[in-house]
Design a binder for this molecule. Structure first.
Ligand code: C2E
Ligand code: MG
Ligand code: MG
Length: 966
């Protein structure tokens, strides 16, 4: 045992040195397992080591004390640390303290990261007498720092602009994306405040905004920000309040929505306009015609078809055909008034709608015939073409868009039969133009009665867990001789004839009973969705009827939903909205069916009480679809989520579509790929079997890390596979961009490492496409060629995360890939959290809405009751005989004016037991016996009877008898 250093020995007190030493050792031993301490003599020989240090290398004091410190086991695993120690010993002998981080080995083979210091200790003459090494385990701190760095890195690299804002509105921190978005350097940005960049907030409004944030904890809104160069950028902003210790700041995420706005405009353009002629397409035609019919009493509809257009298309080529269509469109537009609507219905058909025509429509039609017949000169060809026109007018030929168009068509057909190049005006009886229709109409009248209708159910699947969460009830009609008739064929007839009301009722009852039966049978909770028709939606008592059906069956309203289309809502918008609100208040889910085929007005969608947007199958892209289609779908999904609505994609026919939708955050799907509509028994079997979508396809995180290597050189792929074998990752490889895209459609991929120069598509182009289709992947380029411009562009726009050069350094490449996976997992976690938060928010909003409507109903009920009570009170006060009300607990709750006079008391009569308040002679009457009594010198006939209806208790009435009391 070395002598105790003099400086450690208290001078005055005189405990025996060994006691002090033992005490000191005990103190040092108790410092805990993460603090090492020891003592070296001036030769650098270890004289003491505390228990924690010895335990770490499982040594006894005898094994290490007396050895030079740098030869002890702690320092054997890391040469660099040992060298630092030797330098530190030399410095300490010169009287200099050292402190640095080292790696220290333990007996288990682990390397601990330690914060190490070596201090010199002086004797009374000021010479260095001892050296004190001590070390603290900072492995955890290092890990946290590493995690922090990773998070910082993720924040810095994030595509979204992220900022921190203090209560004074000043920016405290900003990532690279935020600087890029605003065109400012970090230093410039950190000198600004929110009102300097937000166009909707100035310094006087700022305190209000901050207050609102503190109240709610988070905010979400759209605004625009000022770029340094002066232009404004529309953005979606999410703000959350972060409070740590006593300080608060706002974490702000700014999403540049220029692309989304452009996509919205593009969606509208694509959905409503014909791309070739720029004219409104059939959807917009339907929409505008519907509106015109409501506002104008007299409207002419002209259907114009080019005669033998096919001849031009086939003979001169489709590009001349296209030019002819464009020229025809121009001539038609030039012939009619600017207030008339010209639309291209498809192919070589145009429709002209003339509200309140100023000249007879026949004249306009003649002018059109002449206009089209003038020769057209296209690319040197002189083209001669004529047209045929059919006319129908409202209100004479009908007052609905579909009827008028059908009748104008029938007239067109007539014009063509008569030899073309002429006009024909509709002059038939209703439905004369469609004989099959009449047959169906008659058959449909018997369908319900003869039990020919049935419901099939198509599963709806959640794209997060892959489970069936609902079914859509779809009507089926099997006619004994006509066979199976499609709903698209017979539902419009049922609608027009009014038969839909009875059929719709039957569907509602049947679907609700079925859903209730499934719940009673113990099947997992499943929402039953029923399609409503326009007529049903216009019935004043729809919500109440559904409520009664639900109550009678015992089905929880949350397990029921209705589907409506936009076009159904237009006619009586306010009434339809009220119905839907009432249904939602019950807990019934409302879906907007076929979104993308109707009006698809995004601003209109905001006003609809809708929980789910069902994207029509024409807008559900496949992996081979142009990237533009995917961005339209994504814009719809983003927008619906922004409005706190869920999104269900209809008509999903392939695995690729399902994976693509899941990757783009679509919530649910239905379609033939999972299952067509089936009879109830088949659905039951499917549910019992627990059929679901493989979660791996949906990108769930319990699967293996997956890397996609893309290179046209086989030997490079082979070398990379060898290099990464030990990582345990799933490695897929493709030798071309096309093959890579196929693999991406079939497998959920985390990280893509692609060569740049490949035949067909370059690596940068491939990764750009991957970013559009699967924005969450982390994408890296590995290339021998540094085509600086294209690669920096791709990095700047976020298509590429990193560029790595060939030939590569093995360790570095592995480290980059590990980091990429870590980043992906972080993003996935955030994504999931975000989704959970969104789902929770939606649920909360739903609950809140239900609560509000319940409260409103309650309030209304209360007001009604108070009103009725007051009216009853007034009425009874007017009755000239005393009347008392006693509740079922025997309390006196009511006394009319004569009763109060009789008791010679005011209002304090009420609320106490009747037996105490009323004269004892009335006691038998209270118990139901009728009798004569004498009160205030008068004789009365007293009787009481039990109340009926909602009220409980008794009413006591005293009838005065003539003559004075005996
Ligand atoms: P919807 O409400 O949009 O129903 C979805 C339609 O798409 C169904 O056609 C369904 O069978 C079909 N479908 C489902 N998956 C796929 C797929 O992967 N690919 C393709 N190509 N189609 C798919 P269905 O059963 O012929 O019904 C047509 C329409 O008839 C429905 O469109 C709905 O508007 C109406 N309808 C059906 N049942 C009822 C009903 O009970 N009442 C009312 N009012 N309308 C109904
Ligand atoms: Mg539907
Ligand atoms: Mg649909």
């Amino acid at each position: 045992m070395p002598p105790c250093p003099p400086a450690l020995t208290p001078a005055e007190a005189d405990p025996r040195p060994s006691d002090v030493e033992t005490a000191l050792h005990e103190v040092l031993d108790r410092l805990g397992p993460s603090i090492f301490a020891g003592l070296l003599d001036t030769e650098g020989v270890l004289r003491y080591a505390n228990q924690a240090a010895l335990s770490a290398i499982e040594s006894s004091p005898e094994q290490v004390l007396g050895r030079r410190f740098d030869t002890t086991p702690w320092w054997q695993a890391c040469e660099q640390s040992r060298q630092r120690l030797q330098q530190a010993v030399a410095s300490a002998l010169r009287g200099e303290a050292s402190r640095f981080d080292v790696r220290v080995a333990t007996s288990s083979g682990a390397l601990l990261a330690m914060d190490f210091s070596l201090l010199p200790l002086y004797d009374t003459e000021g010479r260095v007498a001892w050296l004190i090494p001590s070390a603290r385990d900072v492995t955890e701190r290092e890990q946290v720092q590493h995690q922090l760095q990773l998070t910082r890195h993720a924040v810095e690299q994030a595509n979204d602009a992220l900022l921190q804002v203090g209560p004074d509105g000043a920016f405290r921190d900003a990532n690279a994306a935020a600087c890029r978005l605003l065109g400012l350097s970090r230093e410039q940005l950190l000198r600004l405040r929110v009102p300097d960049i937000d166009t909707q907030v100035d310094m006087t409004h700022w305190p209000q905004r901050w207050h609102a944030l503190c109240e709610s904890g988070s905010l979400r809104f759209e605004t625009s920000v000022r770029h340094q160069q002066g232009h404004e950028i529309p953005v979606d902003v999410s703000v959350s309040l972060v409070t740590s210790d006593s300080t608060s700041f706002a974490h702000v995420c700014i999403d540049d929505i220029r692309e989304r706005r452009a996509a919205e405009r593009r969606i509208r353009q694509l959905l409503q306009f014909d791309q070739l002629t720029g004219l409104p397409n059939r959807q917009l035609l339907f929409e505008r015609l519907g509106t015109m019919l409501q506002t104008t009493s007299h409207t002419a509809v002209l259907v114009l078809e080019l005669d033998r257009f096919k001849r031009i298309n086939d003979g001169l080529g489709p590009h001349i055909g296209d030019a002819v269509l464009r020229e025809a469109a121009q001539r038609i537009t030039a012939t009619v008034r600017s207030t008339d609507l010209v639309a291209r219905r498809g192919g070589d058909e145009f429709v002209i709608v003339m509200p309140a025509p100023s000249v007879p429509s026949l004249h306009t039609a003649q002018a059109l015939l002449e206009g089209i017949a003038r020769p057209m000169v296209i690319e040197g060809h002189e083209v001669h073409i004529t047209c045929s026109i059919g006319i129908a007018t409202a209100p004479a030929d009908g007052d609905r868009s579909d009827t008028l168009l059908r009748r104008a068509n029938a007239a067109l057909h007539q014009a063509k039969l008569l030899g073309r190049n002429q006009v024909s005006v509709y002059a038939g009886m209703p439905h004369e133009d469609d004989p099959e229709r009449l047959v169906l109409e008659t058959a449909l009248r018997h369908a319900l009665r003869d039990d020919q209708l049935d419901l099939h159910y198509q599963p709806q699947i959640d794209l997060v867990h892959g489970r069936i969460v609902g079914v859509e009830a779809l009507l089926r009609w099997q006619h004994p001789t006509l066979g199976r008739i499609a709903p698209d064929r017979f539902i419009p007839i049922a609608e027009e004839t009014g038969l839909i009301v009875a059929i719709g009722d039957w569907v509602l009852r049947r679907a609700i009973e079925q859903a209730a039966a499934w719940q009673r049978a113990g099947l997992p909770p499943l929402r039953m969705a029923v399609n409503l028709s326009a007529r049903q939606l216009h019935q004043p008592d729809l919500a109440r009827r559904i409520e009664c059906l639900l109550a009678a069956s015992g089905l929880d309203p949350r397990l029921f939903g209705v589907e409506v289309t936009e076009s159904m809502l237009i006619a009586k918008f306010d009434q339809a909205v009220r119905h839907l609100q009432a249904l939602r208040a019950l807990g019934v889910e409302v879906s907007l069916d076929d979104f993308g085929t109707g009006y698809s007005s995004l601003s209109y969608l905001r006003r609809l009480p809708v929980d789910v947007v069902k994207i029509d199958r024409s807008l559900v892209p496949d992996v081979t679809a142009p990237a533009e289609d995917v961005s339209i779908t994504r814009a719809i999904i983003t927008m619906a989520h922004g409005l706190r609505m869920k999104v269900l994609a209809e008509g999903v026919e392939s695995e690729g579509q399902a994976a693509l939708l899941a990757a783009n955050q679509c919530d649910q799907m239905q379609g033939y790929w999972f299952s067509a509509a089936m009879p109830a028994a088949a659905v039951e079997a499917m549910l019992q079997e627990g059929r679901h979508i493989d979660p791996a396809l949906l990108g769930q995180r319990d699967r293996q890390r997956t890397l996609l290597l893309v290179d046209d050189e086989d030997n490079i792929v082979a070398a990379l596979r060898r290099l990464l074998r030990a990582e345990g990752w799933r490695v897929l490889s493709a030798c071309s961009a096309e093959q890579a895209l196929q693999l991406m459609a079939r497998h959920p991929i985390d990280v893509i490492l692609s060569d740049q120069r490949m035949p067909g598509m370059t690596g940068v182009e491939l990764l750009r496409r991957a970013r559009q289709l699967y924005p969450d992947t982390i994408r890296l380029v590995l290339s021998g060629y540094t085509e600086l411009q294209s690669i920096t562009d791709a990095i700047n726009e976020g298509a590429i995360y990193k560029f790595l050069a060939k030939p590569w350094d093995d360790d570095e490449l592995r480290a980059h890939l590990r980091e990429a996976f870590a980043l992906k997992e972080l993003a996935d976690r955030n994504h999931r959290l975000d989704q959970e938060v969104q789902a929770a928010n939606r649920e909360l909003a739903e609950l809140n809405a239900r609560l509000q409507s319940l409260l409103a109903a309650q309030r209304e009920q209360n007001e009604r009751e108070v009103g009725t009570r007051e009216a009853a009170q007034e009425l009874l006060d007017a009755v000239p005989v005393p009347v008392f009300g006693i509740d079922d607990e025997g309390l006196l709750v009511f006394a009319n004016a004569p009763a109060r006079v009789l008791c010679e008391r005011g209002g304090d009569l009420l609320g106490a037991p009747a037996v105490e308040q009323l004269p004892p002679v009335l006691q038998p009457a209270l118990e139901g016996q009728a009798l004569f009594v004498t009160l205030v010198d008068r004789r009365w006939w007293a009787m009481s009877r039990a109340l009926t209806g909602h009220a409980r208790g008794r009413l006591l009435v005293l009838l005065p008898q003539s003559g004075a009391a005996r």
